[in-house]
Design a protein around this ligand. Structure first.
Ligand code: BGC
Length: 342
């Protein structure tokens, strides 16, 4: 049986409102989520010996989340990932977004869905957050009603994203948690073993925009179809890390995305999703300057993200899966994070 409790997490400056923390607890997991950016602030998982550790990077208090930081645990939108030059067309009309990661737009803009207070509703086994993104917010067309629902069932955390638009708009929502299965604060993820259910991936240009090619992973560093040990793999292929979209096998139904195993603790994370892609990001831009929970510092490669989502820049690449949501339609995607020990 699980439980959900709520508490005040902090006050936003200038009367911006109260941020609450929701604790979802099952016999296997404890997950903390705050109403600022629908952000996961902690996930406690037991190891083989039954010792619990927090396996996500984050901050001890609200100030940490309000500073400039790389989307720790947050829901990102209206469009996660990059839009080339922050420009796109919908039905012949051109839209321009802020170029917050020059020369592109990243993760919804200057004030994306990660930097707003959501309205919470406690459920029997989770919490639902909702908000209305106003017409023109961050330059996007139309009003967007959004619901993000986290529910816990044993070792599985489910995240469901729903949205409805008043005008045709691109929508791409994901969660940006950084995991370290050795326990957050551990110096790197090199001893993690990674498997990705993808026969193809998207090569990118120097600004991390997909070139348009859907390339086979066969014979490349991107072939993660059989487990690889991350540190050795990066070394073998002289890679600075991953920051790439893997094109997932499978339909719009729930399908397997990735498995990450940390042999020493026995912790395993398996991800399933209804999305067509996953951005596998190995924390390449972390640089050890942020002060994390329990005195942790987060150097390069100290966490990994599995951002299940539509393919980056899909709004400008007609052969990518459709990203436009039209009035009367419903955006409805789910991702499952399943923790176990093996
Ligand atoms: C992107 C990275 C970016 C990181 C944090 C990831 O989703 O792919 O390029 O640095 O988010 O901003």
């Amino acid at each position: 049986m699980g439980s959900v409790t709520r508490a005040v997490f902090g006050e936003l400056p200038s009367g911006g409102g109260t941020v609450e923390k929701f604790r979802l607890q099952s016999d296997l997991l404890r997950v903390d989520i705050i109403s600022w950016g629908c952000t996961i602030t902690a996930i406690e998982v037991k190891d083989r010996q039954g010792r619990a550790s927090d396996v996500v990077l984050g901050f001890a208090d609200l100030e940490g989340y309000l500073q400039k930081q790389p989307y720790f645990g947050a829901v990102v939108g209206r469009v996660a990932n990059r839009i080339a030059k922050g420009t796109f067309k919908v039905d012949g009309k051109e839209y321009h977004l802020a170029l917050n990661k020059e020369p592109n737009s990243l993760h919804g803009g200057v004030r994306g869905f990660d930097k707003v207070l959501w309205t919470p509703r406690v459920l029997s086994n989770g919490v639902q957050f909702s908000r209305v993104s106003p017409d023109g917010e961050e330059g996007y067309p139309g009003e967007l009603k959004v619901w993000v629902t986290y529910t816990l069932d044993g070792g599985e955390l489910m995240v469901n994203y729903r949205a409805q638009a008043s005008q045709a708009t691109p929508v791409n929502l994901t969660n940006h948690s950084y995991f370290n299965l050795a326990g957050q604060g551990s110096p790197n993820i090199y001893d993690h073993e990674v498997t990705m259910e993808a026969d193809t991936y998207l090569p990118v240009d120097e600004t991390l925009i997909p070139t348009g090619e859907v390339a086979p992973v066969q014979g490349t560093a991107f072939d993660l179809r059989k487990p690889v040990e991350l540190g050795k793999h990066l070394q073998d292929f002289h890679l600075n890390g991953f920051d790439h979209n893997f094109c997932l096998k499978g339909s719009k139904e729930k399908h397997f995305c990735a498995r990450v195993r940390h042999a020493a603790s026995g912790r395993v994370l398996e991800v399933y999703t209804t999305q067509p892609g996953v951005q596998f990001y190995t924390g390449n831009f972390l640089d050890g300057t942020l002060k994390g929970k329990s005195g942790a510092v987060y150097p390069k490669h100290s966490g990994f993200c599995l951002e299940t989502q539509n393919w980056p820049d899909a709004v400008n690449q007609p052969h990518f899966p459709p990203v436009l949501l039209r009035p009367g339609e419903e955006y409805d995607h789910t991702t499952w994070f399943k923790f176990s020990v093996a």
